[in-house]
Design a protein around this ligand. Sequence first.
Ligand code: UDP
Length: 246
Amino acid sequence: MSPESNPSGKAQYKRVVLKLSGEVLRCSETGDPISWDTLRKICEQIKEINELGVEVCIVIGGGNIFRGLAGSENQGVDRTTGDYMGMLSTVINGLAFMECLEKMDVNTRVQTSIPMNQVAEPFILRRAIRHLEKGRVVIFVAGTGNPYFSTDTTAALRASEVQAEVIMKATKVDGVYDKDPMKHPDAVRYDELTYIDALQQRLNILDSTAFSLCMDNEVPILVFSLSEKDSIKRAILGEKVGTLVR
Ligand code: UDP
């Protein structure tokens, strides 16, 4: 949508869940798990949409630090232990977001699915909603609190609970294609898809648990790329960014 078609510059969504994979934080030059430069750039966009009055929840992954499945396959770590290590990784990332946003004068609250009183509030839905209503960015960490799940599923769950209008899922690719655009230069990007189309074409948008939760609870998923300039803000303003699955 051009500025002419949205002259008010008003946000098209009131409440969103932003799902970020831990990998978005990794520093491409040094390989460090957290690039503060990248983090700052993402937080600048979050601040802007927060100032537009959008209620923002963040679900952050932990893949830049540890993933349970990879740990069990590659290092022989017990799967459940590995999954807890993965969930704790999301706490580290969440605190990094908190720190960065607070330094930019954005009020935040971190809510964790695994109690750790000194570090973060426990996840309490009504409290989370109250924070959102007060304009605070709520950062959900520690996944669902259960092994064998993912942070995509956490995003689907929390989005259903807080009744978010959309899950904004940032990926490396700028939307959903009919085939892998890295391998097929003629791949076509969809602007919109239904859940059923995505299932029939076996398009991997979220893992299957997360996807069914979204479909059953009618939570739309916007798949977009963070590397496109201002993509979060543009999507919020109603520009055609990425692919909307609903
Ligand atoms: N995890 C888990 N339960 C959850 C969410 C996450 O066990 O509800 C663990 C799992 O090991 C996962 C890791 O935490 O691999 C990091 O999450 P994820 O892989 O979803 O992070 P991302 O790929 O988004 O960075």
